[in-house]
Write a protein that binds this ligand. Structure first.
Ligand code: G
Ligand code: G
Ligand code: MN
Ligand code: NA
Length: 260
C-alpha cells in the first residue's frame, strides 16, 4: 500500500531534499532512418522505503485522490525544464508528456502549459501531449475545445493506446490531434504466434490515420521482424524495448542515433 501522504511529499519536495519523482524518457524512432525523432516522458517514483515504483501504481492513486493535476503540473514542469536545458546545449528533441482524462476536461492545463513555455522560453513545437483514446472521447464537448487551444499554441496532441477504446471514425476525423499511437497489443500480435489478421488491422489503422493527415507511431516494438513489418505497413515511427527502455535524462544524450 502506497500512502497518499507519501505522494503529497513527493510532489512537493522540501528544499534540499532529494527528488523522489522523476521523468524517464523513451525514444520514438523514425522507422526509415532509425533516428530519434522524439521522447515520451514516463514518470518514475523512487520511494525511500519501497524502491522504484511504476506509474501504474501511483497514477490511479493520484487520480482517485484528486491530486492528478499536481502530478501533471510536476511532469510538465520537469519536461519543459529539460527542454530548456537541452536547448541551451543546442539539442531540440521534442518531449511528449502523458495527460490524464481529468486534465483535458478543463482549460487549466492549457494555461499551465502556456505559462511554462513562456517562463522557460521553450517553443511550443518541442512539447507534445499524449491522451488515451478513452479519455479523448469520454466527454468530447469539454475535451475538443481544450485540444483546439493546445493546437492553437502549437502543442501537438497524440492519441495514446489507440485501438482498445471505441472511437468512431467520425470522432477520429473531428478530433484536433496530430498523431495516433497504435496500442502495443496490436503490435505484439504482428510477431511470432500472433494472429494473421493482425497485419490487416494495423494496415487499416495506418490507412485511416494517414487519410486524416495523422502521423502513426507503433508502441511496444520488441524485435527487428516486427519493426520491418511495421515499416512495410507504412507506420511512421516506432517505440519499444528494441530501441530503448525509458532512461533518465542524463542517459538520453548517450543513446545512438540522437540527432544534434
Ligand atoms: O512505463 P510505464 O510503466 O512507464 O507507464 C505506464 C502507464 O503510465 C502508461 O500508460 C503511461 O502513459 C502512464 N504514465 C507514465 N507517466 C505518466 C505521467 O506523468 N502522467 C500520466 N497521467 N500518466 C503517465
Ligand atoms: O500507455 P503508454 O504508451 O503511455 O505506456 C508506455 C508503457 O509501455 C510503459 O509502461 C513502458 O514501460 C511500456 N513499454 C514501452 N516499450 C515497451 C515494449 O517494447 N514492450 C512492452 N511490453 N512494454 C513497453
Ligand atoms: Mn503514452
Ligand atoms: Na500506450
Amino acid at each position: 500500500l502506497v500512502l497518499l501522504g507519501d505522494l503529497h511529499r513527493a510532489l512537493d519536495p522540501a528544499p534540499g531534499e532529494p527528488r523522489e519523482l522523476e521523468l524517464h524518457y523513451q525514444p520514438k524512432v523514425d522507422l526509415d532512418t532509425g533516428r530519434i525523432l522524439g521522447l515520451e516522458a514516463l514518470m518514475r517514483w523512487r520511494h525511500p522505503e519501497r524502491g522504484l515504483l511504476l506509474p501504474t501504481v501511483f497514477i490511479p492513486l493520484a487520480e482517485q485522490s484528486g491530486i492528478i493535476h499536481r502530478l501533471t503540473r510536476y511532469a510538465l514542469t520537469n519536461a519543459v525544464e529539460q527542454l530548456a536545458a537541452w536547448s541551451a546545449e543546442g539539442r531540440s528533441t521534442p518531449i511528449a508528456v502523458n495527460l490524464s482524462a481529468h486534465d483535458v476536461t478543463s482549460h487549466n492545463v492549457v494555461v499551465v502549459i502556456e505559462d511554462l513555455l513562456a517562463e522557460h522560453d521553450v517553443p511550443a513545437s518541442l512539447l507534445e501531449v499524449e491522451i488515451t483514446e478513452t479519455a479523448l472521447v469520454a466527454d468530447p464537448s469539454r475535451v475538443v475545445p481544450v485540444l483546439e487551444r493546445l493546437a492553437a499554441l502549437g502543442v501537438k496532441v497524440a492519441i495514446d493506446d489507440f485501438g482498445i477504446g471505441n472511437t468512431s471514425i467520425a470522432q477520429l476525423r473531428d478530433l484536433p490531434v496530430q498523431e495516433l499511437k497504435i496500442d502495443r497489443l496490436f503490435v505484439s500480435d504482428l510477431g511470432d504466434g500472433g494472429r494473421e489478421s493482425a497485419h490487416v488491422v494495423v494496415q487499416a489503422m495506418v490507412d485511416l490515420a494517414h487519410s486524416f493527415g495523422l502521423r502513426v507511431v507503433a508502441e511496444g516494438v520488441e524485435d527487428q521482424i516486427t519493426a520491418a513489418t511495421l515499416r512495410r505497413l507504412g507506420v511512421d515511427q516506432a517505440q519499444g524495448f528494441l530501441y530503448s527502455r525509458a532512461v533518465p535524462a542524463d542517459e538520453v544524450t548517450a543513446l545512438a542515433m540522437l540527432p544534434q
